[in-house]
Every structure is written in structure tokens, then in C-alpha cells.
Ligand binder design. Structure first.
Ligand code: FHN
Length: 473
């Protein structure tokens, strides 16, 4: 599968763009990058963890609800540094059990974990020699949280990556973002920087990224975010640090210069497939950092659909949990994750290391009307009934609702050999008439959340039939 992906790059096959990101021009093939990406392309599903001081107020400041994302409380409620810093005295996550967290990720079928080492509020979950604003030096807990998680991941064979907010640091006078204590970042001309941004980068962000890459074993990836003011060689300086210390560590798509893969917008799943590596970071409710009032959990069926949808388009799903200040991952999110994990135990072949849909019509279509979506782009009318993922010689049709009966397999030149349900291997007869092959699934579907039918065909890759001119199949 990976060789096929690499070959498609080398042959210069046209790539389908992810419109939400408008990467119209495919990047030239880079053998070293493809090598670094091998595990990532196989993994497909990871756990994002947003954890920090903001879990203490959990969406409420001085008795008032502070609307917005939990981790943005300091910014949304304009909490001065001197007040927000006081939270360190209460941060004592005695219920944190790193093995439980890794176990949950494994039960969920997730293959990598990414935790906020330092979010925009500037507080580090690790011991840092360049800033005392960290869990070891500033809290009663005094222990390095990342070290404990890294050790648990190493014990259990889980890849671990670190989120690091390189630009925004609301704790530092020269970091980006804190306008309520330190004034605007930029002059009204929008070009002149008013803060000594390089002092912050060289004095805190760059050395902290070095610390992350030297003290916690192999780092799967660094997840940079919100690249403000990353002009010039600033992004490249981070890339150089990463490549020099851990050449295999991946860089996400939000550094400000090109990373190893593309990051979509938050919760954005592109409407089409791409062979370029990409990842959707997503919330399991509506916030990243814990908020006590956010119980809008996605259902297991929604999570399973998004996962298969993303895989069928060539991406990875990085799904977030927001632990409480005590160190507990909310039970409701753990339950959702474990339910999807049980489904993956029986159906994981359709997901891990699986390739993109060779068809595409099943994703839906752009409206013919002049309607726009919330992002101002042409409205895409998604069709969510089924998705298809691939491995050489196999198509995995995942149905999220009972399919129309009979279900017609999209036209292809390859001879179809057999079909069966993935979870219990029950055979499903194929019927070919007038060049169209169909099958019928017994009702109700085996698994009402999602049932996978494997269709095996001759050859390793689907050769599509071109529809008659002006017509459709
Ligand atoms: O501002 C952050 C936000 O708090 C969160 O970390 C997300 C995760 O993708 N990234 C930024 C917004 O895109």
C-alpha cells in the first residue's frame, strides 16, 4: 500500500485537492518525508489530549460562565497573567494514571497520542529549565506529567507526540496573543511587530521544543498550532531543531512553514480524497480543554462514521479528550471511545493501513445552486450512507445505514470474485446482470452502527470504467 502511494507520487498522477485547504499543487515527492510518514499513514486514528491549568476553572471564572473553548478561558475572559498564574497553586492532578490513559487509547483502537505540552496559556506540563511556569516548578504536584505519560507509552508500545503552541503564549510579554496585559502584537499597519517576538521564540519556545525532543524518548510528532508571526526563517528554525535532534519526528501542518503532512481546520473533513498525508483534529464534544458544562458528546456512530469517512479520503483522525483538573478523562468520552474500539476490533481491517476510495461519488456532490457553507465555500451536500476503503485486491464497503437493496457495486473493469461480512466472515452472494454487480445484505444489518462488506476482486488495484459520455452509471 505504501509503495503504491509512493509510486503514485513518482508517476505524477493528478492529486485530488482538499478544497477546504486549497492545496491545489501537489508537493514534489520527497523520499525522506514518505519514510517518516509510513507509520502515520498506517495508523489512521489517534488520541489528542488538551490538558492544562484551564481544566481547573473548566469554563467558569469568578462565578461567571466564560463562553468559548475551555482552553481559551484566559483569553476570552481577559484574565490577567498575575491572576491566571494563581491556578498553579491548585493544580494537583492526583488521580492522573498514565497507564489508564494509554490503556484507554489502546482499547479505543487509537495508534498514537498527542498531548498539549504547552498550550496558548504558556503553562508547561513538563519540567523546563527555561521557564519556571511548569508543572514541576510551579505546582504542588511537582511531577513531570509528560515524563510519566512517555514512560507509560514506552511500556505499552504507544507512539506519543507533543502539541506545542509555538506562536501564542499569553504568559509572556513577547509571545503572541496576550493583548490585555501586554498590548497589541502588531501596529495598525498590520505589518510592524510591536513585541520582541524573536526574544520569546529564542528564549522560550525553541529551547522548550529542544527539551521535548531530548528528554522523553522518541517523539512521534510535534503538533505546532496557530502560526502567527511565523514569517521569514522562524518556522525553519523549528524544523531545523526537530530534524537535528530527532530526524524521524513528524511536523504537523500548522508550523508556518511546510510540515510533513497537512492539517485541516478544526473538525473539518474535506469533501474529497487526497493521496497526500493529512489529518483532521477534532473534538469529541464542542471544546478541547475540559469544560464542566459541555456534555455534547458525539455518539459512537458519529465517531465511527467520521473515522471511516476520513480514512476513505486518505486522512487521519486525531480525536480529542479533555481531562479534568484531577487527571480523569471524562467517563462519557471514554465510553464513546471504547464502543468504537470494540467495533474496530472486528472491523479494523477496513481502517488501519487502508487506502482511499477508488470511486468518490459516494461522498456527495456540490450543490448546483449558489449556496455557500459556513466557511463561505460552495456548499457540499454530503452523502453519508456508505464509504469504501481499500487494500490490494479488496474493497471494504462500510454501511452506516441499511443499504438500498440490492446494492450496486460501482462499475469497475476488474472481475469480482467474492463478498463476505468482515466481522463474522458470513458469505454474501454476488449477482451480475447486464454488466452490473449487486449484492443483498440480510436485514437488520449485523451491526446497526456500521457493517462492513468485503468485496474481493482480481488484481491489486481497481481499474475504473469510464461512464458513457454525458451519462452516469
Ligand atoms: O486555538 C487552538 C485551540 O485551542 C485548539 O488547540 C485547536 C486544536 O486544533 N487549535 C487551535 C485552533 O485551531
Amino acid at each position: 500500500m505504501r509503495k503504491a502511494v509512493a509510486a503514485s507520487f513518482m508517476l505524477g498522477l493528478a492529486l485530488v485537492s482538499i478544497r477546504a485547504q486549497s492545496p491545489t499543487v501537489p508537493r514534489p515527492y520527497d523520499a525522506a518525508r514518505e519514510k517518516r510518514l509510513e507509520w502515520f499513514r498506517e495508523a489512521k486514528y489517534g488520541m489528542f489530549i488538551h490538558w492544562g491549568l484551564y481544566a481547573i476553572p473548566a469554563g467558569e471564572w469568578k462565578g461567571q460562565r466564560c463562553l468559548g473553548l475551555g482552553e481559551w478561558l484566559m483569553n476570552r475572559c481577559k484574565v490577567p497573567v498575575t491572576e491566571y498564574e494563581q491556578l498553579t497553586k491548585q493544580f494537583n492532578p492526583t488521580k492522573f494514571n498514565p497507564d489508564d490513559w494509554v490503556q484507554l487509547a489502546q482499547d479505543a483502537g487509537m495508534k498514537y497520542m498527542v498531548i498539549t505540552s504547552k498550550h496558548h496559556d504558556g503553562f508547561a506540563l513538563f519540567k523546563s529549565s527555561v521557564s519556571p511556569y511548569n508543572v514541576v516548578d510551579a505546582t504542588p504536584y511537582k511531577k513531570d506529567l509528560l515524563k510519566q505519560l512517555a514512560d507509560a507509552c514506552a511500556r505499552r508500545g504507544m507512539r506519543l507526540g507533543f502539541y506545542y503552541s509555538q506562536s501564542q503564549d499569553w504568559h509572556e510579554k513577547d509571545g503572541a496573543g496576550n493583548t490585555w496585559d501586554f498590548g497589541p502584537d502588531m501596529a495598525p499597519d498590520g505589518k510592524t511587530e510591536l513585541k520582541k517576538y524573536d526574544d520569546y521564540l529564542r528564549g522560550k519556545a525553541e529551547p522548550q521544543v529542544k527539551e521535548l525532543l531530548t528528554s522523553y524518548g522518541p517523539v512521534a510528532l510535534i503538533w505546532f498550532d496557530t502560526p502567527r508571526n511565523m514569517a521569514g526563517e522562524r518556522g525553519q528554525r523549528f524544523t531545523d531543531i526537530v530534524r537535528k535532534i530527532q530526524p524521524n519526528t513528524l511536523i504537523d501542518g500548522r508550523l508556518g512553514t511546510e510540515g510533513d503532512y497537512r492539517s485541516t481546520g478544526d473538525n473539518v473533513i474535506p469533501p474529497e480524497a487526497s493521496t497526500e498525508a493529512w489529518e483532521t483534529p477534532a473534538t469529541i464534544n464542542d471544546t478541547w480543554g475540559f469544560r464542566k458544562d459541555d456534555t455534547n458528546w458525539k455518539s459512537p456512530g458519529q465517531v465511527a462514521f467520521k473515522l471511516v469517512d476520513i480514512v476513505s479520503k486518505g486522512g487521519n483522525y486525531l480525536l480529542n479528550v479533555g481531562p479534568t483538573a484531577e487527571g480523569i478523562i471524562p467517563q462519557a468520552s471514554a465510553d464513546v471511545l471504547r464502543t468504537v474500539g470494540r467495533w474496530l476490533k472486528a472491523n479494523g481491517d477496513a481502517v488501519y493501513d487502508a487506502g482511499t476510495s477508488p470511486f468518490g461519488a459516494e461522498f456527495g456532490e456540490y450543490t448546483s445552486k449558489d449556496a455557500k457553507d459556513v466557511r463561505g465555500q460552495k456548499l457540499f451536500l454530503a452523502n453519508n450512507e456508505w464509504r469504501v476503503t481499500t487494500k490490494p485486491g479488496k474493497l471494504y464497503f462500510t454501511f452506516f445505514v441499511e443499504p438500498r437493496t440490492p446494492f450496486e457495486i460501482p462499475a469497475m473493469k476488474n472481475k469480482l470474485l467474492r463478498a463476505y461480512r468482515l466481522a463474522d466472515k458470513a458469505p454474501i452472494p454476488l449477482k451480475t446482470e447486464n454488466g452490473r454487480t449487486t449484492f443483498e445484505m440480510s436485514r437488520p444489518m449485523l451491526d446497526p452502527m456500521a457493517t462492513v462488506v468485503v468485496v474481493e476482486y482480481e488484481g491489486t488495484h481497481v481499474e475504473k470504467l469510464v461512464p458513457p459520455e454525458g451519462g452516469e452509471w
